[in-house]
Design a protein around this ligand. Structure first.
Ligand code: AKG
Length: 253
């Protein structure tokens, strides 16, 4: 694992991304996908829409927002040892969880706006990684089923002025099999792809982590039920900001 992590860190430094295959076996991947669809249904039942009119060009994308409260499998994924090792390697052991959501790109779905996630949560210059995604591939991911499009090396863009005019033309798709992780530095510029298949869903779950000085996108104390909060380990409680006293650097207190 140490050797593997070294290689992942090298890819992240060089490209801003790294693909780690076979993190989940086929049975675990299928179970997580099944829980994702059940979570989408539960979200609608709670009155939280799974369509994002302001983000997606049509209603072929299914967005599932509060994964951590919808099923224990997502609490396992957010704290998965492989994710933990990668995120600790890039952001430090005291990283926290910003958000955990899914985007199921169904046939007919199109691209959203091009963005970097770090640029959405903190001002530039983005001279160091302060955010990152661990993207769980719950289906195979290819260009034609709507793979995330991204610009390799774009984690080196520090300000909006440095964004090249041909950013959109430089986009390439991720290619990964179901059960893989795609680690993506939060500074990488990307967008969702178009799913041009007739009948194949592309399901990705985005675990978005940040340094402890970045405000999380999700208020976990409000979003997670008492039952869910009681199910979190002390480390996960720290990462979700569930305790009253937060001004302690985890692992160095
Ligand atoms: O679904 C994708 O491929 C990308 C989604 C994304 O970047 C977002 O929702 O911010």
């Amino acid at each position: 694992m140490t050797r593997a992590i070294d290689g992942i860190m090298r890819d992240l430094a060089a490209l801003g991304t790294a693909i780690v295959p076979d993190v989940l076996d086929p049975a675990a991947t299928a179970a997580a996908l099944e829980r994702l669809w059940a979570g989408a249904e539960e979200s609608e039942r709670r009155g939280v829409s799974t369509r994002a009119e302001t983000l997606d060009p049509n209603d072929a994308n299914v967005r599932v927002w509060n994964l951590l409260d919808l099923d224990p499998v997502f609490r396992d994924l957010i704290a998965h040892p492989v994710a933990e090792a990668i995120v600790s390697g890039l952001l430090g052991a005291d990283h926290i969880v910003s958000n955990f959501t899914a985007n199921i790109a169904r046939p007919g779905s199109g691209s959203m706006m091009i963005h970097s996630d770090q640029s959405l949560v903190m001002p530039g210059p983005w001279s160091r990684p302060a955010t990152m995604n661990i993207i769980w591939c719950l289906t195979d991911v290819r260009f034609d089923n709507g793979a995330t499009l991204h610009v390799p090396g774009s984690h080196r863009i520090e300000t909006r002025e440095q964004i090249p005019d041909d950013l959109a033309e430089r986009m390439v798709p991720f290619e990964a099999s179901a059960g893989s992780i795609i680690a993506m530095d939060g500074r990488v510029w990307h967008t969702s792809g178009a799913n041009t298949t007739a009948d194949e869903d592309r399901a990705l779950a985005f675990a978005f982590y940040c340094a402890p000085y970045v405000r999380p996108q999700w208020n976990h104390s409000v979003g997670l039920s008492a039952e869910t909060q009681a199910d979190c380990s002390p480390t996960l409680r720290y990462r979700l900001g569930l305790d009253v006293w937060q001004n302690v650097t985890y692992g160095r207190a």
